[in-house]
Design a protein around this ligand. Structure first.
Ligand SMILES: Nc1nc2c(ncn2[C@@H]2O[C@H](COP(=O)(O)OP(=O)(O)OP(=O)(O)O)[C@@H](O)[C@H]2O)c(=O)[nH]1
Ligand SMILES: [Mg+2]
Length: 322
């Protein structure tokens, strides 16, 4: 007979890739930052903010989740947006579990159908976060959305959350860990991302343009880093970045009267970078016009857009275990 005092074997370590997917503006990046407890991915009230696949490593007792933030999926028409949406689909295809993030206060049935069809076609496991519940006066407004997704993907767990306020976010993380396969940690305990600092610098500058300018300007903007130097012995960081726009009229707005707008963008981005690196940052911004770059495949690639090669930070898990 078994000794009743024998301790149970500890639960196996869980790990894997969870891709955040959803319509633009659903709160994917806000949710990622909330889960990580760090500002990593850029957020804004405007749709189509995220343009890249961004890895965020989440550490919890007994589990490591490799989150991939992605651009929102929608029926893209122009060249840049098609490239960006392709990046999202490629990251979705890499997932062990897809975390579908939806804005429960403003459903977008067309994009939701697009996503559900792909998840069904590829047989991907999904957990569904109904986000922004803080905006719902009456929680029964969730019911039609729950019903729709139960019909679309009957096996998926649904968790209502508020990424902004943190409501039920840990319950969501627990549901994701439950859905992940057993596996080892792929990154050291203090890892946050594999994204280089110069990439984050470019992103955070772009975030300020989303925050401080309107109309077409955020969409017509790309940011590249021309030089990135760290002075030895923990000194200052010197970063030179270029803000690329499509028209001269946009250039005037981004520079602002007497350079005021450019200064505002630079100061806000610099403060974010100083917080992250705990170093003094010297940031120099230049504005350039590259006519209609969003239609130009070569410019799109040169500015760093397009699906990267599969992340490959962990061996592919296959059903057959080959
Ligand atoms: N009220 C409320 N607002 C939220 C919540 N989560 C995100 N938001 C807001 O929704 C807006 C969009 O958030 P993002 O995190 O940038 O959304 P996203 O899904 O990453 O958007 P794209 O990258 O453009 O696809 C921002 O203004 C957020 O502050 C939430 O739980 N409640
Ligand atoms: Mg985003």
């Amino acid at each position: 007979m078994e000794d009743p005092r024998t301790p149970l074997a500890p639960p196996a370590f869980k790990s894997g890739v969870v891709t955040l997917a959803g319509p633009p503006n659903a709160g994917k990046s806000t949710l990622l930052n909330r889960i990580l407890g760090e500002k990593l991915s850029i957020c804004s009230p405007k749709p189509q903010t995220t343009r890249h696949r961004i890895l965020g490593v989440c550490h919890r007792p007994g589990a490591q989740i490799l989150f991939l933030d992605t651009p929102g999926v929608f029926h893209a028409r122009d060249r840049l947006n098609r490239t960006i949406v392709e990046t999202a689909w490629a990251a979705i295809a890499e997932a062990d579990v897809v975390l579908v993030v939806l804005d429960a206060s403003r459903p977008s049935p067309e994009e939701e159908r697009l996503l559900a069809a792909r998840l069904r076609a590829d047989g991907l496991a999904a957990v569904i976060a109904l986000n922004k519940i803080d905006r719902l006066g009456d929680k029964s407004a969730l019911l039609p959305l729950i019903e729709r997704w139960a019909a679309e993907l009957s096996s998926a767990t649904v968790v209502p959350i508020s990424a902004l306020e943190g409501t039920q976010v840990e319950e969501l993380v627990a549901a994701l860990i439950a859905a992940l396969p057993e596996g080892p940690p792929y990154f050291p305990e203090d890892a946050l991302t594999d994204a280089p600092l110069r990439f984050l610098a470019a992103e955070w500058i772009r975030e300020k343009i989303f925050a401080f300018t309107g109309e077409e300007i955020p969409y017509a903007t790309a940011v590249t880093i021309e030089s990135f130097e760290e002075e030895p012995a923990g000194g200052r960081m010197r970063i030179e970045a270029v803000i690329h726009l499509e028209r001269d009229s946009q250039k005037g707005i981004v520079i602002g009267r007497g350079g005021a707008m450019l200064k505002k963008i630079g100061t806000a981005a610099r403060l974010d970078l100083e917080r992250l690196t705990e170093k003094k940052v010297f940031l120099r911004l230049t504005v350039r016009v590259q006519k209609n770059w969003r239609k130009d495949e070569r410019a799109i690639r040169r500015f760093g857009y397009g699906a990267p090669a599969p992340a490959g930070f962990r061996p592919r898990q296959t059903m057959s275990g080959e």
